[in-house]
Design a protein around this ligand. Structure first.
Ligand code: PLP
Length: 418
């Protein structure tokens, strides 16, 4: 049943007793109970914005309909852990934006990634992973290795040859990020997916969003996102999404349902609302980010800036070719000074750019990979992948460039004078 058909059937629902038009109570006192009241009265109009289906379950007319639904002969929803119109609506938006057949929605970005592992790999299988992935994704893989006997092969996501070298008959999938968190390394998805074929390439496109990248058009089997980030864009939702073929999404949804990884209706609804401004937000964020990266390079309190728009970044040429419209709003930079002390001073001197361990909020925020996403690693392991104690990650929001430049200049200048 489509989203609009679903809302129509809701307004045509047979009422158990006659309700007042506002649904506040029965007209025949004593014939019903408050637990049975309150469904919307029939209406010839439809809500202009999609409704929120905040319900755990759906009333099914009878066992015949239940059988038809489970056999795929009638469409609809039964239980929100399995499916809900708000999941379905968001999933169809994501599929359309990614230009693929189907989408799926999860309780978080990690829920989406966990569902991929649980769907595609079993004990003893091999999974190839970029070594510079988001810290929690690496942590999840380590848990899969320890608890379920998966073999995890870490490679440099910028060196396609390394993927080719570790493929074997037990390789079930490979996972990379379009632009890695936090050092912004760019994978050449087309080259890597060709080398892997027919082994599926899974791409975490959180940083680039479907506005800047469409991994399945470059050969990936699954494109996934932490929708808690740019897709929602307002820092108030925890959600994950994936896109790909009908069959692949059906398999992921089944896993999500069994393992309880499904999203809730309200957050799916909020994310769908946020998506409407995605093109505008990404355009402005990308423009400001490139300018802030160039500004940071010039400041004497900054030792090194990581952003693919800068010619000295290792992914400069791949990023210019694959993502001509930008790579999102993240910039990482190292402060001149010593470890956490200098980072703390920077944070304390930046009252208008809060330390908030997330990214892609509407406001600009700062985070500290060594203390948050990559905290579980030893310092030596962090250094091996380039995450130093002085590395700060900035997530550019929607403030005007001039305001941000002045805030950052002020906090960086203060480091020089103390
Ligand atoms: N992938 C990337 C690239 C991320 O940055 C994050 C979170 O920061 C995740 C996945 C996990 O997403 P979530 O926090 O929604 O579980």
């Amino acid at each position: 049943m489509s989203f609009s058909e679903q809302s129509e059937s809701m307004s045509e629902r047979k009422q158990p007793v006659q309700q007042t038009p506002t649904g506040h109570g029965p007209t025949h006192a004593g014939t019903t109970h408050v637990t049975r009241m309150g469904h919307p009265a029939p209406s010839v109009t439809q809500p202009a914005a999609p409704p929120i289906f905040q319900t755990a379950a759906f009333d099914v007319p009878d066992l015949n309909v239940l059988d038809q639904m489970t056999a795929g002969l009638a469409s609809g929803h039964i239980y929100t852990r399995d499916s809900n119109p708000n999941h379905e609506a968001l999933a169809s938006c994501i599929a359309a934006l990614e230009g693929v057949d189907a989408g799926a929605v999860f309780a978080s970005g990690m829920g989406a990634i966990a569902s991929v592992f649980l769907t595609l790999a079993s004990s003893g299988d091999h999974v190839i992973m970029a070594r510079s992935l988001y810290g929690r994704t690496l942590q999840l893989a380590e848990r899969m290795r320890q608890q379920f006997g998966l073999n995890i092969l870490l490679v440099d996501q910028c060196s396609p040859d390394q993927f080719a070298k570790v493929i074997n008959s037990r390789t079930r999938f490979a996972i990379v990020e379009t632009v890695s968190n936090p050092l912004l390394e760019v994978t050449d998805i087309e080259v890597v997916s060709k080398l892997l074929h027919p082994i599926p390439l899974v791409v975490d496109a959180t940083f680039t969003t479907p506005q800047l990248s469409r991994p399945c058009h470059q050969g990936a089997a699954i494109s996934l996102h932490s929708a808690s980030k740019y897709l929602n864009g307002h820092g108030d939702v925890m959600l994950g999404v994936a896109a790909g073929s009908h069959d692949m999404m059906k398999r992921l949804r089944e896993t999500a349902s069994v393992f309880g990884q499904n999203a809730n209706p309200f957050e799916s609804w909020l994310c769908q609302r946020g998506l409407r401004t995605l093109p505008l937000r990404m355009r402005q964020i990308c423009e400001t980010t490139v300018r802030i990266a160039s500004f940071l390079v010039t400041h004497p309190a900054v030792r090194r800036v990581y952003h693919p728009s800068l010619p000295d970044h290792p992914s400069f040429s791949t990023a210019s070719r694959l993502y001509p419209n930008g790579t999102g709003g993240v910039i990482s930079f190292e402060l001149v000074g010593n470890g956490t002390e200098i980072v703390n001073r920077f944070m304390q001197n930046s009252p208008s750019i809060p330390f908030s361990p997330t990214l892609a909020d509407a406001r600009t925020t700062v985070s500290y990979p060594a203390g948050t996403s990559h905290r579980f690693m030893t310092e030596t392991d962090r250094r091996t992948i380039g995450i130093t104690a002085e590395l700060v990650r900035l997530s550019i929001g929607l403030e005007p460039y001039e305001l941000l430049e002045s805030d950052l200049r002020q906090s960086l200048d203060s480091l020089l004078s103390q």
